[in-house]
Design a protein around this ligand. Structure first.
Ligand SMILES: Nc1ncnc2c1ncn2[C@@H]1O[C@H](COP(=O)(O)OP(=O)(O)O)[C@@H](O)[C@H]1O
Ligand SMILES: [Mg+2]
Length: 265
């Protein structure tokens, strides 16, 4: 299939150079749920500090693919390379240990607990005899939120009072603080207002500024097109195309998704 894969094209000429630029490479991934084939022979790459848009209609396998990368599902076939090393990701913990973090829509934030405690949930900072270092957590949480452009004043406020967009910000700040190398966001704007969606996309741009790679899954091409530099389109469990933003358009992507055919520009 004639595909536009910048990294792979270069790989033929200079495998080493292209390889260094890749953070993640998944090859030939198959996944079945009983008789349902969710993914078939999928190749997937994410470069360093890149925002990749993983797009396609509902039910085409986007979530399944990233759940394999984040250790929630095991692939039936295929390999995963992270920083050029072959890895086995059998559990969510394996993924986290590599620096792969997933931000879910419902996000596992505790609504009745403070912003600061939510940023550090499960990874609390301590001092001395194992006492929690509340002061440090309060300060660090505001600092890391400010880094993604979310300027909040009260680290003790409960998450419940925040808007949907701000909550996403807390979840995103958390993965930034803990030095994720790859952040996966599965439909992060689906339940948000226009303004909140914009805010979340600004947070994502800040992650890139911090040198983090992002997989942004959405079926909203207007959102994807605003921030993603490259798009991988899935259709019925297969990768249809891989195209840079400068080589495509919203119309072009939308046509590929609707027809299931990649017919060039
Ligand atoms: N846990 C599961 N059990 C059975 N079938 C599943 C499961 N997860 C996903 N599927 C099926 O796999 C296919 C791909 O789903 P999914 O990855 O959620 O698509 P997307 O995220 O693109 O909407 C669909 O046919 C879906 O019904
Ligand atoms: Mg999904």
């Amino acid at each position: 299939m004639a595909e536009l894969i910048p990294g792979v094209e270069k790989a033929a000429k200079s495998p080493e150079k292209a390889g260094k630029n890749l953070l993640v490479r998944m090859t030939n991934i198959d996944k079945y749920f009983g008789k349902v084939c969710a993914l078939r022979g999928v190749d997937f790459e994410v470069k360093r500090s890149e925002i990749l848009g993983l797009v396609g209609d509902n039910g085409v396998g986007k979530s399944t693919l990233i759940k394999i990368l984040s250790g929630f599902h095991l692939a039936d076939r295929g390999e995963i390379y992270f920083e050029n090393k072959k890895v086995k990701i059998n559990t969510p913990k394996d993924a986290k240990n590599l620096g792969i973090e997933t931000v879910y829509q419902d996000q596992a934030l505790a609504p009745h607990v403070s912003i600061s405690r939510n940023v550090f949930m499960g990874r609390e900072l301590t001092r001395g005899l194992g006492f929690m270092d509340k002061k440090k957590m309060d300060k660090s949480s505001l600092d890391v939120l400010a880094k993604i452009g979310l300027h909040l004043k009260d680290p003790e406020a409960v998450v419940e009072v925040l808007s949907g967009g701000q909550r996403q910000g807390v979840a995103i700040a958390r993965v930034l603080y803990f030095k994720a190398k790859l952040v996966i966001l599965d439909e992060p704007t689906i339940a948000l207002s226009v303004k909140e969606s914009q805010q979340v996309m600004d947070f994502i741009l800040q992650l890139k500024e911090e040198g983090i790679s992002v997989v942004f899954i959405t079926h909203n091409l207007y959102h994807a097109f605003q921030i993603a530099e490259r798009f991988i389109v899935l259709s019925h469990g297969e990768r249809l195309t891989d195209v840079r933003r400068e080589d495509t358009s919203i119309d072009h992507l939308s046509k590929i998704i609707v027809t299931g055919i990649h017919e060039g520009k």
